[in-house]
Design a protein around this ligand. Sequence first.
Ligand SMILES: *Cc1c(COP(=O)(O)O)cnc(C)c1O
Length: 343
Amino acid sequence: MRHDIKHLETALSAYPRIALLEGATPIQKLSRLSALPTMRGCNIYVKRDDLTGLGGGGNKLRKLEFLLGEALACGADTLVTWGGLQSNHARLTAAVAARQGLACELILTPSPIRDDDDYRHNGNVLLDELFGASVHQLPAGATAGAFALELVELQRRQGHKPFLMPLGGSSPRGSLGYSACAAEVLRQADALGLQFDRIILPNGSSGSHSGLLAGLTVAGSSTTVLGYSVLGTAGETLEVTRDKTRDVMKLLGSSTELSPEAVQIDGSQRGDAYGAATASMLTATRTLASQEGLLTDPVYGGKAFAGLLESIASGDLPAGSNVLFIMTGGIPGLFAYRSAYAR
Ligand SMILES: *Cc1c(COP(=O)(O)O)cnc(C)c1O
């Protein structure tokens, strides 16, 4: 079926949205990497969602366009969210609040596997403070979601109007940001005269994957989307992503049944835990940096790009395929992982 981008864009226009990106992010070909004989003639393209200007950039800005639209429509004066200590979503929420003149409350949980100085104080943690957010660092074992609900209650009693966003901003409304990205990718692919055989991205809280897949489906495109899970196991992530994709499709007014095979998750790159450095992640980050001068982060992009390289090496991606890798940003995270890169 010929895809219908207009239909998707019309469905998206029903939701309030505040522009935080400078326009469409570029799609670029990785020419040096694609030319290596080991890449078996595959053409590797990247969607530069790391090239988003505000607050150090990254994929969460797309979700925040719709979340901020929703928050302002509710008359909110404070943005509240939670995540890990090195959360990119928390950092970008703080930046968006600063730009918008809103207060920001961040609830951050420690990592069970990393507690060196850089992890605790550099990268996203440093930036949260620069953006002027109020940071609540919880002790190990505390439940961030429950703390967030109490904080919101307290804020209301004090006369504030808090707007609470879930982990990663991955509510169905937030995930619409990646349905908008789907429309963008389809338009760019048409303009380039390209058809992508596979789109690859990291999957953490599943909103980006779900939004992208829902958008493509609603636009009538059957392009394969493969998410590399970095937070949950493959099984957990598959279920969450399926449910979220259905929720987003509902928001987009779709009555199409999502086929169960449409949701593809690969759990092979996660390693022992969320945020655990793996040998293939370190190699993938170095390859992209040294061959193309591009940065991926150690928690998300590095692992998904490692998966991409492995799927070419193993023949899982047929020779000559056109593959699009979504560069989701998270670059400040590199500075929290200095010790992982030490040789
Ligand atoms: C949050 C994040 C992701 C994953 O997106 P989800 O929507 O949570 O699955 C990928 N890359 C980076 C850099 C992120 O910060």
